[in-house]
Design a protein around this ligand. Structure first.
Ligand SMILES: N[C@@H](CCC(=O)N[C@@H](CS)C(=O)NCC(=O)O)C(=O)O
Length: 217
């Protein structure tokens, strides 16, 4: 196995890793964690591995990784022989990708929090989470519109990168939090492009492209 993943099926952050593994065609060892209602990610054993008490946790080679951005960089560096998902020698592109990796945390703390509220009844400041979530969606929409004017379909450059993988889950899952995609045409095209990637895997709340086709297509 390439790595071990402490995983929860409904977690958008765990899904980043599962999605990227699918696209890269990597097998891994998944350890299911009872995040809800069991709160197993706060157990002594898992807090020892990750004092932040969050999922996912990745064990890779001698590393224990607890930040999804680090996991995506590690996976791309190790398994993407074409170096397109994380073009390490291109200073401008990697810097732009890191900007979006940082932004993906904003998606967790806005749309992700609002989703925890609607799905798991978590006590959060829902109005603020939703308002900030809309700001985040508008920022992605603006970037994708600008990229589209240059003929591109992805957040950075001309091909998909780990920036797209990191931002995809909570944008795609926004309707779970009550934020629909209707007002964001560039986002809708981008979601479709990612869902069309070879090796794409789903999670509850995100459909495969073919599921939306009419019967007989
Ligand atoms: N900085 C971490 C954050 C991961 C994160 O927030 N994970 C959520 C699940 S999607 C979590 O474990 N939250 C803890 C909780 O809500 O109790 C990363 O990017 O990997």
């Amino acid at each position: 196995m390439s790595f071990k993943l402490y995983n929860y099926v409904l977690s958008g952050n765990c899904y980043k890793v599962r999605l990227f593994a699918g696209v890269l065609g990597i097998n891994y060892d998944s350890i299911a964690v009872d995040f809800h209602p069991g709160q197993e990610h706060k157990s002594d054993d898992l807090m020892q591995l990750n004092p932040a008490g969050t999922l996912p946790i990745m064990i890779a080679d001698d590393l224990v990784l607890t930040e999804t951005s680090a996991m995506l960089i590690w996976m791309a560096s190790k398994f993407d022989s074409d170096n397109t998902w994380w073009p390490a020698t291109d200073a401008a592109k990697t810097a732009a990708i890191v900007q979006w990796l940082g932004f993906s945390s904003d998606l967790t703390s806005t749309i992700g929090e609002a989703r925890l509220h609607t799905m798991l009844n978590r006590d959060v400041k829902i109005e603020k989470a939703l308002a900030d979530g809309i700001v985040a969606l508008r920022r992605i929409e603006a970037q994708l519109t600008e990229q589209g004017l240059r003929g591109g379909a992805w957040l950075v450059g001309e091909s998909p990168t780990i920036a797209d993988i990191a931002c995809f889950p909570y944008v795609a899952l926004a309707p779970d939090a009550g934020l629909e995609h209707d007002d964001y045409p560039a986002i809708r095209n981008w979601l479709y492009a990612i869902r069309s990637l070879s090796g794409f895997v789903t999670m509850p709340g995100i459909h495969e492209v073919h599921e939306l086709r009419n019967e007989g297509d």
